[in-house]
Design a binder for this molecule. Structure first.
Ligand SMILES: [Zn+2]
Ligand SMILES: [Zn+2]
Length: 224
């Protein structure tokens, strides 16, 4: 299977997950499982949809474009042992988790111009799944470039390892924003991450900067 078939499958599944969880949040069945209730449910205006659609197109273009341009440096196509693929995937995700932690904690939360860029995402006070698309396009681009740089650092890796990494990267970005606390498998652990990220959205001064695991927040004392 080619990398682009794998990436297309992951992107289609991410879209389905995003739509499914956004709809679930609004259903009566979610009534006792929302992390926080918005005092007044504000309908999303045209500006939200303009940014959300732009970011969807930007993400898809950047994922295909960057992997195409850097293909020879990032990937190999032959199969690898499951252990090697696991190691490659974990290597990229841990490197990315640390790099994103630093970028999120310092430039995005403390340095003038990028703080203003990140403030766009923080205008969302009560996140639900589709709010994962609401950010300044520069923030979206920085996240994807960071993922590719971490892959470059660890790589070259199998295209299957990268597809696994891209599943975790895309799904967690959506699941962190569900606004739902679902106490059953497989959402119990994921809801913990959603609660952490929901807390992050309360204010620009909240902790919980990491997006994959709570590891670096725990290590550096920024877990809330
Ligand atoms: Zn933030
Ligand atoms: Zn967020």
């Amino acid at each position: 299977m080619s990398l682009y078939v794998l990436l297309s499958i992951v992107l289609a599944l991410s879209g389905a997950l995003l739509i499914g969880l956004t709809l679930l949040f609004r259903m009566p069945v979610a009534d006792n499982h929302r992390i926080r209730e918005e005092p007044v449910r504000t309908p999303k205006g045209p500006n939200f949809w303009r940014i959300a659609v732009f970011n969807s197109v930007l993400s898809i273009s950047m994922v295909y474009g960057l992997t195409y341009l850097l293909y020879a440096f990032l990937f190999y196509e032959e199969g690898a042992s499951p252990w090697r693929m696991l190691l490659e995937g974990a290597g990229i995700l841990i490197t990315y988790d640390f790099a994103y932690y630093l970028v999120h904690r310092y430039p995005f939360h403390q340095w003038g111009p990028l703080k203003r860029v990140h403030a766009v995402h923080h205008t969302v006070r009560y996140p639900t799944a589709y709010d994962s698309l609401y950010m300044h396009p520069l923030e979206n681009a920085i996240g994807l470039v960071l993922l590719m740089l971490c892959t470059l650092l660890v790589g070259p890796v199998s295209i299957y390892s990268f597809a696994g990494v891209f599943v975790v990267y895309s799904f967690l970005n959506i699941l962190n924003h569900t606004g739902l606390d679902l106490p059953f498998f497989p959402f119990r652990t994921l809801s913990h991450l959603a609660r952490k990220h929901d807390r992050h959205h309360v204010s620009m001064r909240s902790g919980n900067y990491a997006s994959i695991t709570p590891l670096f927040d725990l290590l550096f004392g920024t877990a809330e």
